[in-house]
Design a protein around this ligand. Structure first.
Ligand code: SAM
Ligand code: SF4
Length: 330
């Protein structure tokens, strides 16, 4: 699948639910309302949609959410997609999770063929963790991480960099990831979804500043490691682990963007930072064959925009993209 700018789309991120057992302050309001069940694709429908994308050239799938591991029966989808790894139709199946359910699922994920997981963790302090996630318990996530390690899963920690919240912990996170054998990615907070007016402006911390501070203590060696995504990776010489920076607010990665995002209602977003989307649920449900669905996917990819336009600007409304990150899964 090639888009009009010559980028081939080989990576699909699928949000399997909009629900979550946490309420991270930068992601959701505490009183979120979630989608009615009828609007959400069944696991069978999600599997069929993924199958169509795989036939059309997707080689890498990432499940996300909401929290993917709170979706009931999720292992049936993961097992089914895992079989496509065995047949060679798919190169990689991964997920992004808050880690709360990993203790229960890590072994099953590994058995299904998952090799790597991204676990979101912004702080190593239990009280701060509960403040940030509102409903989360740090010890559950830590137990999940140990289960992931024991199952042989590679772990990448995603931490959102938040001004005045966890910016004093980057050194601790780097050292801890070094000890545990995890890679670390710092993410700049993005203007997505309404979470309360001034909150986002106060949270915004440019990663150029974070990196300069980190470099006072750690030696960051340049690497050419790339995932086709927005992260720029370094190797921390002292720990030997990778450290990535995701700075979506600076236009530095759209040229190499190889991904599209599917929501749990079957809406395809061709760019994280734009509102244009394609409804795939209607063609999916309209017939048992996949011809209409494949045509809709092709038409959508043909509309993939050149780039995005996030702005956090004190003179403008804070939510540059009105949907929450839990809709498209980051
Ligand atoms: N629940 C899972 C988790 O937390 O890993 C998967 C979904 S979550 C929406 C995916 C990623 O998006 C997480 O790493 C989270 O920290 C990040 N995220 C959520 N809201 C964000 C925002 N406004 N700006 C930047 N990253 C955000
Ligand atoms: Fe849930 Fe992930 Fe959003 Fe936190 S970032 S509220 S864990 S979906």
């Amino acid at each position: 699948m090639q888009d009009p700018f010559g980028r081939s789309v080989s990576y699909l991120r699928v949000s399997v639910t909009d629900r979550c057992d946490f309420r991270c302050v930068y992601c959701m309001a505490e009183d979120m309302s979630f989608l009615p069940k009828a609007e959400v694709l069944s696991l069978e429908e999600l599997d069929r949609l993924c199958g169509a994308f795989i036939r059309m050239g997707v080689r890498k799938l990432r499940l996300t959410g909401g929290e993917p591991l709170v979706r009931r029966g999720i292992m049936t989808l993961i097992d089914s997609l895992g079989r496509r790894l065995q047949t060679g139709e798919l190169d990689e199946l991964t997920l992004t999770t808050n880690g709360s359910q990993l203790e229960k699922y890590a072994a099953g994920l590994a058995a299904a063929g998952v090799r790597r997981v991204n676990v979101s963790l912004d702080t190593l302090r239990a009280d701060r963790f509960t403040e940030l996630t509102r409903w989360g318990k740090l010890d559950k996530v830590m137990a999940g991480l140990q289960a992931a390690k024991a199952a042989g899963l590679q772990v990448k920690i995603n931490a959102v960099a938040l001004r005045g919240v966890n910016e004093d912990e980057f050194d601790d996170l780097i050292a801890w990831c070094g000890d545990e054998g995890f890679d670390l990615v710092l993410i700049e907070v993005m203007p997505m979804g309404e979470i309360g007016d001034s909150a986002r402006l106060d949270q915004y911390l440019p990663l150029s500043m974070a990196r300069a501070r980190i470099q006072q203590k750690w030696t960051l060696d340049e690497t050419d490691y790339r995932t086709g995504g927005p992260a720029r990776y370094y190797t921390v010489r002292e720990t030997g682990r990778r450290l990535g920076f995701i700075t979506p607010l600076t236009h530095n990665f759209c040229e190499s963007c190889n991904r599209v995002r599917l929501t749990c209602t079957g809406t395809l977003f061709m760019c994280l930072g734009q509102n244009d989307a394609a409804d795939l649920r209607t063609p999916l449900r309209s017939s048992e064959g996949d011809a209409a669905l494949e045509e809709a996917i092709r038409a959508a990819i043909a509309r993939k925009p050149k780039g995005h336009d996030f702005v956090i600007d004190r003179r403008r409304a804070p939510a540059a993209v009105p949907r929450h990150m839990s809709v498209t899964g980051g």
